[in-house]
Design a protein around this ligand. Structure first.
Ligand code: MLT
Length: 284
């Protein structure tokens, strides 16, 4: 499906019924990375997956890429769908976007899943790497970006045994336009440190990481989880950075258990009250 949001066509899927869960993909992939979650969860939940601007079947304008712009696109699409509250799952760059979306629109959230992501901003060295990767994308194209990214996206177990995943990720990366790839790099390079936000997340949160993740190492992700009040933390074995694709059953099980426990219970209602109070106090 497509919708005209903030001046561009955004592609999305909307399947199943029930509590909505919105899934935000990683760099430089697209919404098809969430196909195992659609299949595994749509009998219980309404699953919305979005091709962020610059990815998959969405348009890839030459400019206007920032985490704030991605957040506005998501807000616009949810308004289009008549959704005022949802659970959100963001993997890596998807997680960076969720920090921004939460800062802008906390009342949209009734649960948060941060997968294989980090709260810290880019170091000066990482910023230099973003710039060189953008130059490589312009000069050598998306297949060179795929060569660089695949060993970071997949864990060693998948690299050794899952050529199907290597192929699937390569296809997702090479299908992107260069404007989208470079747009992501600029957006991520500019992102602020979200560590101070962690203690102020007033929403039930689950943090997931793969035990073979080199891009967001398990110890760092665990440290992030420890700063979020009441957060649950899960390590998925034999999974790297795209743990949802590498171990879909375990990933889906963690989400089902988390949302099953949180959505209808007292803790959740308590968080909702806190979140509403904060929202009202801010005069939003
Ligand atoms: C991602 O998977 O989205 C990227 O690893 C994020 C990043 O490059 O910081």
């Amino acid at each position: 499906m497509k919708a005209q949001i903030n001046g561009i066509n955004l592609a999305f899927s909307d399947e199943g019924q029930g509590q909505p869960i919105v899934f935000l993909h990683a760099f430089p992939l697209n919404r098809s990375m969430w196909n195992p979650q659609i299949e595994g969860l749509k009998s219980q939940f309404r699953i919305i997956t979005i091709d962020l601007r610059g990815h998959g079947e969405s348009e890839a304008p030459m400019w206007r890429y920032s985490l704030g712009q991605f957040a506005e696109d998501i807000k616009g699409l949810l308004e289009h769908l008549g959704i005022s509250k949802a659970a959100f799952v963001g993997l890596s760059m998807g997680g960076y976007i969720l920090f921004t979306l939460y800062r802008k629109y906390p009342s949209l959230f009734n649960a948060l899943v941060l997968a294989n992501t980090r709260a810290t901003a880019d170091t000066p060295e990482a910023k230099v790497t973003r710039f060189s990767m953008a130059q490589i994308a312009y000069k050598r194209g998306s297949s060179t970006i795929a060569d660089l990214m695949l060993p970071k996206l997949l864990g060693q177990t998948s690299l050794d045994h899952r050529q199907d995943l290597v192929k699937q990720l390569r296809q997702m990366i090479t299908a992107n336009q260069i404007s989208g790839i470079v747009g992501d790099l600029m957006a991520m390079e500019e992102r602020p440190d979200s560590t101070p936000l962690l203690r102020n997340l007033k929403v039930p949160t689950l943090v997931i990481v793969g035990d073979e993740d080199l891009a967001s190492p398990p110890e760092e992700v665990q440290g992030m989880a420890e700063l979020i009040p009441g957060a649950s933390f899960t390590i998925i074995p034999k999974a790297g950075h795209v743990s949802n694709l590498e171990q879909p059953e375990l990933f889906n099980q963690s989400i089902k258990e988390f949302l099953g426990n949180k959505i209808n219970n007292k803790e959740f209602n308590h968080f909702q009250d806190l979140s509403n109070q904060w929202w009202n106090a801010e005069g939003k």
